[in-house]
Design a protein. Structure first.
Length: 283
């Protein structure tokens, strides 16, 4: 067994190292191997594997390849993880996905550990606030929507996480599915706005056009000393940033949204008005 003779300096994990660690943890779970058995097979201390999976230490690409061999991963998984391991940790990285990013390791690990989540969407309801029927339309089918629902449930566990959804009023007027789907979706937004530590803030159509309103974004905050993380989803990939200079842009964006979005009561009134419009067939 590997003996770590002298105490290793504490390494501050990054978004990239935590994402790699989550990929390795998932591979171990799929192999149905305990952390103790995995460490023993590699002749590592249990602490080394634990720190590797949490992103608080690194190791060589040879070690990672050997570990994946112990897990008997398939070729596609091996190539994906080895590509991640070879990436330069520059504070910005991209992860390809199919129609939605809901099962990305880089996304789930950071959402689970975030103490604060701020989301802005200009044209659709945010993924973390969608009903299942709405998600079926947005993801392309019930199986993908079920993964999104599982992602939401994972974030409803008791804790101190605070979540705020900034939603442009234009998203309320976009009919996704049927008017009935939209009625249920807007009622759901009204409901989650009453949950402890969750806020729904509507940006009214009367707000003047501003660069901060143009593109969607999500900003995650963590307990010190971990840096905040921003991510943006496109049709084919999700881009993650924990570079301070980039994150500062997204923090400025969220501060601006806080100044122009309606308060809780104003947002509830706007949601009620749009819900009634769909009920009357006027939307």
């Amino acid at each position: 067994m590997e003996i770590e003779g002298k105490q290793q300096p504490v390494r501050l994990s990054t978004a990239h190292s935590r994402a790699l660690g989550e990929e390795l943890r998932r591979a171990r779970h799929r192999a149905r191997m305990s952390s103790e058995a995995s460490a023993e097979a590699m002749q590592w201390s249990p602490g080394k594997l634990s720190k590797l999976e949490s992103g608080s230490r690194g190791t060589s690409k040879w070690d990672i390849a050997s570990l994946l061999g112990r897990y008997h991963v398939d070729k596609a998984t091996r190539e994906r993880i080895m590509t991640i391991a070879a990436e330069l940790d520059s504070g910005n990285f991209l992860r390809l996905h199919d129609r939605s990013p809901d099962d990305l390791a880089a996304l789930s690990v950071h959402e689970r550990h975030a103490r604060g989540i701020a989301v802005y969407e200009p044209l659709i309801i945010p993924a973390l606030a969608q009903t299942e029927d709405y998600a079926v339309v947005m993801t392309g089918g019930p199986n993908a929507a079920a993964i999104r629902m599982n992602r939401q449930r994972a974030l409803r566990a008791p804790g101190d996480r605070e979540t705020v959804f900034y939603i442009h009023e234009a998203a309320l007027g976009q009919t996704v599915g049927t008017p009935r789907v939209m009625q249920d979706q807007l009622r759901h937004l009204t409901l989650i706005g009453t949950w402890a530590k969750t806020k729904v803030r509507i940006v009214p159509k009367t707000v003047r056009v501003h660069p901060a309103l143009r593109s969607p974004a999500t900003l995650l905050a963590f307990d010190d000393p971990l840096r905040p993380l921003a991510y943006v989803e496109t049709d084919t990939d999700t881009v993650f940033h924990d570079s301070p200079s980039v994150v500062d842009v997204y923090q400025h964006k969220m501060r601006y949204l806080d100044t122009v979005a309606l308060d809780g009561e104003g947002s509830r009134q706007t949601l009620a008005r749009w819900t009634s419009a769909y009920a009357l067939g006027a939307a």
